[in-house]
Design a protein around this ligand. Structure first.
Ligand SMILES: *[C@@H]1O[C@H](CO)[C@@H](O)[C@H](O)[C@H]1NC(C)=O
Ligand SMILES: *[C@@H]1O[C@H](CO)[C@@H](O)[C@H](O)[C@H]1NC(C)=O
Ligand SMILES: *[C@@H]1O[C@H](CO)[C@@H](O)[C@H](O)[C@H]1NC(C)=O
Ligand SMILES: *[C@@H]1O[C@H](CO)[C@@H](O)[C@H](O)[C@H]1NC(C)=O
Ligand SMILES: *[C@@H]1O[C@H](CO)[C@@H](O)[C@H](O)[C@H]1NC(C)=O
Ligand SMILES: *[C@@H]1O[C@H](CO)[C@@H](O)[C@H](O)[C@H]1NC(C)=O
Ligand SMILES: *[C@@H]1O[C@H](CO)[C@@H](O)[C@H](O)[C@H]1NC(C)=O
Ligand SMILES: *[C@@H]1O[C@H](CO)[C@@H](O)[C@H](O)[C@H]1NC(C)=O
Ligand SMILES: *[C@@H]1O[C@H](CO)[C@@H](O)[C@H](O)[C@H]1NC(C)=O
Ligand SMILES: *[C@@H]1O[C@H](CO)[C@@H](O)[C@H](O)[C@H]1NC(C)=O
Ligand SMILES: *[C@@H]1O[C@H](CO)[C@@H](O)[C@H](O)[C@H]1NC(C)=O
Ligand SMILES: *[C@@H]1O[C@H](CO)[C@@H](O)[C@H](O)[C@H]1NC(C)=O
Length: 416
């Protein structure tokens, strides 16, 4: 009966069930409607104490045979509890957050007196660890899917989850065919390195024949604070003055994940040349390579390569070697105080704040005259507006004066 049901389920969500070999369960609510569906694989690695202050390590899998006693379903929160073996359990709490749901915690309890698993354990009680999974921002009425491995580490337990397909808050007794994929499953496009970075157009190497998983439901990411402006200068040797200077605050947006570049702790390297200069900034989160070209007495940013990791651990490397940004005459600097955004690749956008850069012809370690970006020209509107309103004010004063004078003349006739 159960098998039959799961076959039907597999036909219903063909993508979802392919190669399912993990643990599959349906939790039903009091009206006997499905409210949580889960199909997942979990490996546990537990270290426990044995005699003589030593510890043992044991690895085991979440078995296919589980019971769901203790699972609960509610309109705004629910719990999936999988009980297995001699008193072990693995449970996940879900809550709704506006139009999304998330897993708040995973709790794993293991019975140390189960000697078939924990041989020679000196303790005989039940231990519990709680970890926070990365299952967040799952669209309502969608399945969370993550084929990639995610390891959750707690004191003495590592849990590895993969081939995860979960839907909480199932509506109408039917599991959704829509998927919210985890970040780790999304393809990361990297740009093939070009040997001679001159005019090679860069095309992201995407393979459209492999059906990409649907993008995760984009969430309004909380707006980050304005990034701290960094001051970077490059010297040819320790006694010389700077040959390249750049000041800016930087935010990057990789596939809708926003990150501020932290100047504190950043190391600066690179090279200065007559025709090209390079600035390399390395922070703990990313490495940024900026290549400037001096051609026909003008300089420009012609290549940018950003390599790093998002806070969720997704590695990326995005580059464009065919840019023409931040152009100004050699011997001057390029300045743009206002926030600017530049699309570098289809996946990467950068935002700059308080930008001033001079990659060639730096004198006495300081910026030469700045060529302002056009965006700053908008700032001239403010002085113009002030001027116009001053003019209007003068006209009003003059008008009032003449009217006053007329009245005065009239009243002086009366007083006579
Ligand atoms: C185990 O370690 C504790 C302190 O950590 C020590 O007091 C105790 O003597 C040790 N026992 C053995 C058997 O080594
Ligand atoms: C999961 O655990 C089983 C049993 O210990 C092991 O055979 C398997 O290789 C593990 N898989 C992964 C991905 O760690
Ligand atoms: C833990 O395992 C022991 C031995 O198998 C068993 O007697 C006991 O009932 C288990 N504890 C729980 C809470 O199930
Ligand atoms: C657990 O261990 C304690 C001593 O460490 C012992 O007194 C108790 O009887 C044990 N309980 C079980 C169920 O084995
Ligand atoms: C958990 O993983 C970390 C990092 O891989 C490792 O150092 C640690 O020993 C592991 N712990 C267990 C209990 O497997
Ligand atoms: C970007 O930098 C990374 C790391 O240094 C490198 O592996 C990659 O080839 C570079 N990409 C391009 C297009 O230069
Ligand atoms: C795209 O993917 C298909 C199937 O996975 C593969 O046969 C093909 O070689 C890939 N093409 C490229 C350009 O990677
Ligand atoms: C820098 O100057 C110091 C003393 O002024 C000198 O000892 C040192 O050799 C110089 N270093 C270089 C790289 O020129
Ligand atoms: C920079 O980082 C260091 C240590 O990492 C810290 O002591 C210092 O306060 C930081 N400075 C700023 C301006 O954040
Ligand atoms: C920039 O390039 C021109 C030739 O294109 C050269 O004359 C000039 O010296 C270069 N400027 C710097 C600062 O190296
Ligand atoms: C810079 O470019 C100019 C002309 O484009 C060339 O004459 C000069 O040799 C180049 N300098 C270097 C250092 O490559
Ligand atoms: C990028 O800048 C333009 C104006 O320069 C602005 O209209 C647009 O909203 C900005 N885009 C983002 C995503 O901030």
């Amino acid at each position: 009966m159960y098998r039959y049901a799961s076959v039907v389920l597999c036909l219903a969500i063909a993508i979802a069930c392919q190669l399912s070999h993990g643990t599959e369960v349906n939790v039903k609510d009091k009206d006997n409607n499905i409210c949580i569906y889960a199909n997942l694989t979990v490996n546990f690695s537990v270290s426990y104490e044995v005699a003589n202050n030593k510890s043992e390590m044991v690895n085991f899998e979440l078995p296919a045979e589980v019971t769901t006693d203790g699972s609960t379903c509610d309109n705004t929160s629910s719990t999936l509890k999988l009980n297995f073996g001699k008193g072990h359990s693995w449970s996940v709490n879900f809550t709704i957050n506006e139009k999304q749901y998330q897993a708040d915690t995973i709790t794993f309890s293991y019975n140390l007196s189960d000697t078939t698993v924990f041989r020679n354990s000196v303790l005989n009680d039940t231990a519990t660890v709680t970890v926070k999974p990365q299952i967040t921002d799952v669209g309502m009425d969608t399945c969370y899917s993550c084929k990639s491995k995610e390891t959750l580490e707690a004191d003495s337990v590592n849990q590895t989850l993969w081939d995860v397909l979960i839907q909480a808050f199932v509506s109408n007794n039917s599991i959704s065919e829509k998927i919210t994929s985890c970040a780790a499953d999304l393809p990361v496009t990297t740009v093939a390195p070009t040997t001679n970075a001159t005019t090679a157009p860069v095309t992201p190497a995407t393979n459209t024949s492999t059906a990409p998983p649907p993008p995760p439901t984009t969430t309004p990411t909380p707006t980050l604070p304005t990034p701290t402006a960094g001051k970077y200068s490059l010297k040819t040797d320790e006694n010389s003055t700077a040959c390249l200077i750049a000041n800016f605050g930087l935010r990057i947006n990789f596939k809708s994940i926003e990150m501020n570049f932290e100047p504190n702790g950043t190391t600066v390297s690179g090279s200065c040349g007559d025709n090209s200069s390079q600035l390399v900034l390395t922070s703990s989160a990313m490495t940024i390579m900026l290549n400037f070209a001096n051609d026909t007495k003008k300089f420009r940013l012609h290549a940018l390569n950003i390599t790093g990791k998002t806070s969720s651990g997704v590695a990326f490397s995005e580059a464009n070697t065919n840019l023409s940004l931040w152009e100004a005459a050699v011997g001057s600097s390029y300045m743009c105080n206002k926030e600017q955004n530049y699309t570098i690749t289809s996946q990467l956008t950068i935002y700059t704040f308080y930008l001033q850069v001079q990659p060639f012809g730096v004198k006495k370690g300081d910026f030469s005259t700045a060529e302002d970006c056009q965006a700053d020209a908008e700032n001239f509107i403010v002085p113009i507006a002030v001027g116009v309103s001053l003019l209007v004010l003068i006209l009003i004063v003059l008008l009032a004066y003449f009217i006053g004078r007329k009245r005065n003349m009239a009243s002086s006739y009366e007083s006579l």
